[in-house]
Write a protein that binds this ligand. Structure first.
Ligand code: BTX
Length: 323
């Protein structure tokens, strides 16, 4: 814990009251001038601090601006986000994280940006990442898994996002196979997993999460206006991105640890409880044929399980689905 983090913790604990410069100086073991300098730094990060002679200091308002500091204060994780890299603008947090991972960035490193100029989706598609309106972040993970288990990390991330939205906004989202998060049939988040592996071991996974938070409809480009939504559009509430990132990381860390210790069963069950159109009939197209089938669930390797009209079961690793 740095002095700054300690200071913030003390101020937050005393939110109703002033805490004197002397008190802070004793508890932090720094001079009163140093306390004052720290306050000036906090103000630069967007904290509004009131200083009253003979009473002391008090936080009046918290930053809305996201920074590595604000993200770390109040973060309740053990290892995820211990190393935070925040940029106002990048081409893609995914590209940056892959670069960092290839040069040895540690497990749990989080790269996050206010804006991406070339956000990426799957298969060279692009991901629209409006400045300061969403969460655009990539997690560097080194899971003790075989390369063919990597899709499980994507499914895990989808359940985490769904849980956070469900708990925080009391809106139950759906997970559309393989990895879209939908609210009222519109896409609110996407997940992109990329990895580096040797034959029998994953070296690292870079898990990209794009979550639309405070966009209004007009902020989306016309091509995606019909299919995209944001948490604000669905909940009618402006949301604090820092708080949301912290909730996602906390929930992710807990879920990831359960997964590593106990395996995939719980996640599979949870995924299926959010699964979009499970039990319903859809039309599937593969390069060879097109047919109508019922979605049943997922397999532990992330494949989609369907039940055909003739009663046969089938697992699909990739398919074009008409929803
Ligand atoms: P995807 O290929 O499933 O989705 C991409 C498609 O979704 C696009 O072709 C477009 O139709 C639609 N789309 C684009 N932007 C948005 C948006 N903001 N909201 C809803 N729909 C949209 C999903 O790929 C994976 C996206 C991962 C994004 C994260 S952000 C942090 C990290 N960095 C990075 O470059 N990518 C990941």
């Amino acid at each position: 814990v740095t002095t700054r983090q300690h200071l913030i913790a003390l101020l937050e604990k005393n939110i109703e009251d002033y805490i004197s410069g002397q008190d802070l100086s004793t508890k932090l073991e720094i001079s009163r001038t140093a306390v004052w300098k720290h306050m000036k730094e906090l103000e630069k990060d967007g904290y509004v601090i009131e200083a009253v002679p003979r009473k002391g200091y008090k936080i009046i308002d918290f930053p809305t601006k996201v920074s590595a500091n604000t993200l770390q204060w109040g973060l309740q994780t053990n290892w995820l986000g211990n190393h935070f890299i925040h940029r106002e603008t990048v081409d893609s947090t995914q590209t940056m994280a892959l670069q960092l991972a290839s040069t040895g960035a540690e497990h749990g490193t989080v790269v996050i940006a206010d804006e991406q100029t070339a956000g990426r989706g799957r298969m060279q598609r692009n991901w629209h990442s409006q400045k300061e309106q969403g969460i655009w972040m990539s997690l560097i993970l080194k899971p003790p898994l075989l390369p063919n288990q990597a899709p499980q990390v994507t499914l895990l991330a989808a359940t985490v996002l769904a849980d956070v939205i469900n708990d925080y906004l009391k809106i139950r989202p759906a997970i559309k196979w393989p990895n879209d998060i939908l609210i009222n049939d519109k896409k609110v988040a996407g997940i992109l997993t990329e990895m580096q592996a040797e034959q029998d071991q994953i070296q690292y996974v870079v898990l990209g999460i794009g979550l639309n938070v405070n966009q209004t409809e007009a902020m989306f480009p016309t091509e995606i206006r019909e299919l995209a939504t944001s948490l604000k559009m669905e909940s009618k509430k402006e949301l604090n991105r820092t708080e949301l990132v912290q909730k996602i990381l906390k929930t992710f860390e807990q879920s990831y640890e359960r997964f590593v210790n106990n395996g995939f069963t719980d996640i599979k069950e949870k995924w299926e409880s959010y699964g979009y159109k499970l039990g319903e009939s859809v039309v599937i197209t593969t390069p060879k044929k097109q047919w109508s089938t019922v979605l049943e669930g997922i397999e532990s390797d992330g494949a989609l399980r369907v039940m055909n009209e003739d009663g046969t079961r089938q697992t699909l690793y990739s398919a074009e689905i008409k929803w």
